[in-house]
Design a binder for this molecule. Structure first.
Ligand code: GDP
Length: 191
């Protein structure tokens, strides 16, 4: 997929104002969200956590028919309470009030799906936002391990198995399934 970085912003007044559809990626810090966006783009467009800064901002990427929006990571193990509160406000403002938002892809570390992940998943579903879960880092065990756990993970996150995609940004496994899911979701708009 062709992905081009547009801008980073924190404050709502700096977000892009137009009618373009946005698909957002959200995940606990360190889940591999930046690596995944780079894998989708087939090049380095997103900075990883080793470059602090962008991971605490809302990053906008142009993908042609839609924009991909990379939200700050939640979970925030390494940041102060003040920064944590500030990031939570940004995330909530975006998820609750962004008119352009059409679907959320929630990235989780397949090896450690946490209560924070479950809260986010339930928060999104209660608001009837199109919501999919990407379980990343499936290269750490045989894929069958993750497949066997899928029903349990889906129950824990309060979502359907069909809404979950098993991937590895590192090994580039199933990245095409994310592209397909995005295309299928966007097709709903014109229906
Ligand atoms: P972010 O904070 O969610 O943007 O995560 P990053 O993309 O910066 O990745 C966090 C860490 O997880 C880095 O050390 C990555 O190399 C590693 N990582 C990302 N994706 C994968 C993956 O698919 N498999 C494995 N094993 N490690 C990954």
């Amino acid at each position: 997929m062709k992905v081009k970085f547009i801008k980073s912003a924190s404050k709502q007044e700096d977000w892009i104002v137009d009618e373009k559809t946005e698909i957002c990626f959200i995940g606990r810090s360190n889940c591999g969200k930046s690596s995944l966006i780079n894998a989708i783009a087939h090049t380095t467009v997103a900075r990883s956590s080793s470059t602090p800064g962008r991971t605490q901002l809302v990053n906008f990427f142009d993908c042609g028919k839609f924009r991909l929006v990379d939200l700050p990571g939640y979970g925030f193990a390494k940041v102060s309470k003040k920064v944590k509160d500030y990031l939570e406000v940004i995330i909530q403002e975006y998820l609750l009030y962004r008119k352009n938002l059409f679907a959320v892809f929630q990235v989780c570390d397949a090896n450690v799906v946490t209560e924070d992940d479950a809260s986010m998943s339930k928060f999104l579903q209660q608001r009837f936002i199109n919501h999919f879960v990407i379980l990343n880092k499936t290269d750490k065990h045989p894929m069958s391990t993750y497949q066997n756990n899928l029903a349990r993970t889906a129950r824990f996150l309060g979502t359907k198995i069909d809404n979950i995609i098993l991937v590895s940004a590192k090994k580039k496994t199933n990245i095409d399934l994310i592209d397909k899911k995005i295309k299928k979701t966007l097709a709903l708009i014109s229906k």
